[in-house]
Write a protein that binds this ligand. Structure first.
Ligand code: LLP
Length: 422
């Protein structure tokens, strides 16, 4: 069941008409569906309910505390990559023992925060980080549980900017030095080895790279155990793709992914950890925007929206496709028009779609971008001094603002004239 769908000729989020949210909160605005978050988390987690597994939602995909609290209530953990994300996860009620800390550049300050919160595990990505973590833990009189994020040198991911598992990427411990890294960690008093971690990329549309990675890491786990290390957990990362509504290959369903993972890991005797981001939040949100001007230049029809690349950067950054629909259902008979859908920012890259077939649109009409719940609001900026886009959570017939739209005064409040200009 789709929770963003047409009723009585207009699009709703669950039981709330999007036009009502637009009128009350203004546009552009992200609108999320509680029911969709819940369903996606369930679809993923239920596949693994018969094995030992922790689903640690990748906070970076959509980090609003209301989203995290919605997932926390269902038992979800968190994968964080900064002190800020860690504070968000804890604030939203995700218990520290369900939080994993990833990222290539953890600072000592962040390590201190994570160690004092008592998080589940650090995914360590370099020997330098290992040394720093050991020193920090010893200094605090605690022991840091770790996995090494190993780089399996396997190609995966929907776009070169989101592929992470190749040797040339900055991520993880080089495959050939993994065993050496474990030997070094085993000799440290501030470190306790717990497991192995990988994350090979994002928007992955086939099971094959996951399978090859698991098999490769499975062999490594065997060698590590033979060398005397205790390996209790295997973090497979995130990366499972989702359908965006275009002609691209449809990624595997979570149940197929789950069946493959369970089969591939059945003899490993490990607790599985997953870090899904997009799979949980992608289809749980839309970006709602209003047409400022429908402008025909003779050669092109432009729909100039009040949303721009600063609100949803995926098309500009990754040439990403998002389905765009009119909020008012088109009548039975209409001729589709080919529109270039753009924002008001002064860059040609501020283009969401070219030659997109839509019903004829006029100034003031509302449109939605589907599948905008992941890496949408989380990657928004205030470029062109456009106040950060607000967010709304819908739950049945209720909705509430979960991040306010700042005013321009709010933005200017953080800026100062230097003394020589004041
Ligand atoms: N774990 C780690 C260590 C990650 O780096 C990521 C994403 C995930 C989990 C979650 O991956 P997911 O399940 O969402 O694919 N901004 C890009 C995506 C960047 C992904 C970065 N890492 C986009 O909009 O497509």
């Amino acid at each position: 069941m789709r929770h963003f769908d047409f009723k009585d000729g207009e699009m709703y989020a669950e039981d709330v008409p999007l036009s009502q949210i637009a009128a009350a909160v203004g546009t552009p605005v992200y609108v999320y569906s509680t029911a969709t978050f819940e369903r996606h988390y369930k679809v993923f987690s239920e596949v693994f309910s018969d094995v030992e597994a922790l689903v640690a939602y990748s906070v970076k995909a959509n980090s609003n505390i209301a989203v995290l609290a919605t997932l926390a209530k269902m038992g979800c953990g968190a994968d964080v990559v900064s002190g800020g994300e860690l504070i968000r996860a804890l604030t939203a009620g995700i218990p520290a023992e369900k939080i994993v800390f990833s990222g290539v550049g953890k600072t000592v300050e962040e390590m201190r925060l994570a160690l004092s919160s008592g998080i589940r595990i650090f995914n360590v990505e370099s020997l330098q980080e290992l040394d720093a973590l050991n020193r920090t833990a010893l200094d605090m009189g605690v022991v840091a549980p770790i996995a090494f994020r190993v780089n399996p040198d396997i190609s995966a991911g929907g776009h070169e900017k989101i592929s992470t598992g190749k040797a040339e990427n900055k991520f993880g411990i080089a495959w050939h030095s993994a065993e050496e890294a474990y030997a070094r960690a085993a000799a440290m008093d501030g470190i306790r080895i717990d497991g192995v971690d990988v994350h090979i990329g994002s928007q992955i549309d086939s099971l094959d790279p996951f399978r090859r990675t698991i098999d490769k890491v499975g062999d490594l786990i065997g060698r590590l155990r033979s060398a005397g290390h205790t390996i209790k957990s295997f973090d497979i990362g995130g990366g499972l793709g989702i359908p965006y509504g275009n002609n691209a290959k449809i990624p595997p369903h979570p149940s197929d992914y789950g069946a493959m993972v369970k089969e591939a890991t059945k003899d490993l005797d490990v607790e599985l950890i997953f870090e899904p981001g997009r799979m949980v939040s992608g289809n749980s949100g839309v970006l709602l925007s209003r047409v400022i001007y429908a402008k025909a230049t003779g050669t092109r029809n432009f729909l100039i929206l009040d949303a721009a690349m600063n609100d949803l950067i995926r098309p500009a950054l990754y040439d990403a496709y998002h389905d765009i629909e009119a909020v008012r259902a088109p009548g039975a008979d209409f001729d589709e028009t080919l529109y270039d859908v753009v924002g008001p920012v002064c860059e040609t890259g501020d283009t969401f779609a070219r030659s997109r077939a839509l019903p004829p649109m006029s100034d003031g009409d509302l449109v939605v971008f589907h599948t905008a719940g992941a890496y949408g609001a989380a990657q928004a900026s205030q470029y062109n001094t456009r106040p950060l886009v607000p967010e709304v959570m819908v739950n049945g017939e209720h909705y509430e603002v979960i991040r306010e739209r700042p005013t321009v005064e709010d933005i200017l409040k953080t800026e100062r004239l230097p003394s020589w200009l004041a």
